[in-house]
Design a protein around this ligand. Structure first.
Ligand code: UDP
Length: 348
């Protein structure tokens, strides 16, 4: 596939502003998981564009640090709440994003039952709120619904190859079941649902300790520690810059509906983990070498989105190549490490 990367590094910010220009009046947006990496960026962009934002988070992996600059904004409110419990009755809500679930394997595996509850009970509770308020609701699903895919790239029509009883199952099957719950609320109750399958987002705002490959490699290189490659590093992922991801989610949310089918949102340029390590080491002057650690069980061999549907339906495509998006990301992690020099990286 030929991917045209637009020549800009502002990411999807301009695209997101264009999408939101379609809204003719101020809207109320509820972001569950609004203190997380992507959720907090969604909150910030809607506020910048003059809308009201309610952030719902239980701060399990979300961080106040991600939203501290929003706390004094008159149109921003935060509800400390676990979506496993029904949401309190609120006033007007027009759009709901469900971004609430740990996405990093070490984090979602730390409490697999809670991961399942968040995905299942959280889906029901947010959908019930959407029904009650007549809001449109977007589910942040994941490329993990494809498991260890046997086809590449992965189109939405691929049903996946997922282990139901492995270390990743609580997340993969939780997200798969959540898609079904969303689908049935659409079919049975006519709720306006959107399902985005997110492929490996990265960028400023990631938790340095979340144990994901981008945060691990960069923080390791910045500290002069070895970069921990799991397995032989030939497994692949396709990394999508934060602002591209957020603009893709917004494009899906505000697409003239209905949109009954899931939509892949990601950057289809694929890298092996060895290539990623090399790229990080070309950007950060460091004494770091690489070290090889065992591959976690059920780690997908390959992952690359087919984004034909997003391009056709939403007119969206990613604008930021990994080689550019890493610059902002590295600068962000360097500042985080300066602020908290003692922390260690969560490698498996
Ligand atoms: N990985 C790695 N070193 C690390 C962390 C992760 O080589 O320090 C690998 C991991 O085994 C996987 C890939 O990087 O193959 C992406 O891992 P991540 O946890 O970022 O995301 P996911 O597996 O959920 O796509």
């Amino acid at each position: 596939m030929n991917i045209i990367l637009r020549e800009q590094t502002a990411g999807g910010t301009e695209f997101a502003a264009e999408v939101l220009n379609k809204l003719t009046e101020r809207k109320s947006i509820l972001v569950a998981g609004g203190a997380g990496f992507l959720g907090s960026r969604l909150c910030a962009v809607y506020l910048e564009q003059g809308h009201r934002v309610i952030c719902v988070d239980n701060l399990s992996t979300g961080r106040i640090r991600n939203i501290e600059q929003l706390l004094d904004h008159p149109d921003f409110s935060i509800l400390l709440h676990d979506i496993c419990r029904p949401l309190p009755v609120m006033g007007r809500v027009d759009f709901i994003y469900n971004m609430a679930c740990p996405a990093s394997p070490p984090k979602y595996q730390a409490d697999p039952i809670q991961t399942l509850r968040t995905n299942l009970e959280g889906a029901f509770n947010l959908l019930d709120l959407a029904r009650a308020t007549k809001a449109r609701i977007l589910q942040s699903s994941t490329s993990e619904v494809y498991g260890d895919p046997t086809v590449s790239p992965q189109p939405e029509s691929y049903w996946g190859n997922v282990n139901t009883v492995g270390p990743r199952s609580c997340y993969d099957e939780g997200k798969r079941a959540a898609e079904t719950i969303f689908h049935e609320y659409d079919e049975v109750y006519g709720v306006d649902v959107r399902i985005a399958r997110i492929f490996n987002a990265y960028g400023p705002g990631m938790d340095p300790d979340d144990g994901r490959v981008v945060s691990n490699f960069i923080t390791q290189a910045l500290r002069g520690e070895p970069l921990t490659i799991y397995g032989d590093g030939s497994q692949t992922r396709s990394f999508c810059y934060r602002d591209d991801m957020v603009s893709g989610l917004m494009a899906l949310m505000h697409a003239d509906g209905p949109v009954h089918e899931p939509v892949n949102i990601g950057n289809p340029v694929e890298f092996s983990m060895r290539e990623l390590a090399e790229l990080v080491l070309t950007k950060i002057r460091t004494a770091s070498k690489v070290t090889y650690l065992p591959l976690p069980k059920d780690d997908p061999r390959q992952r690359r989105p087919d984004i034909t549907r997003a391009m056709t339906l939403l007119g969206w495509e990613p604008a930021v190549a990994l080689v550019d998006g890493l610059d902002d990301t590295i600068a962000y992690f360097a500042a985080e490490i300066d602020a908290h020099p003692g922390r260690t990286v969560a490698a498996e």
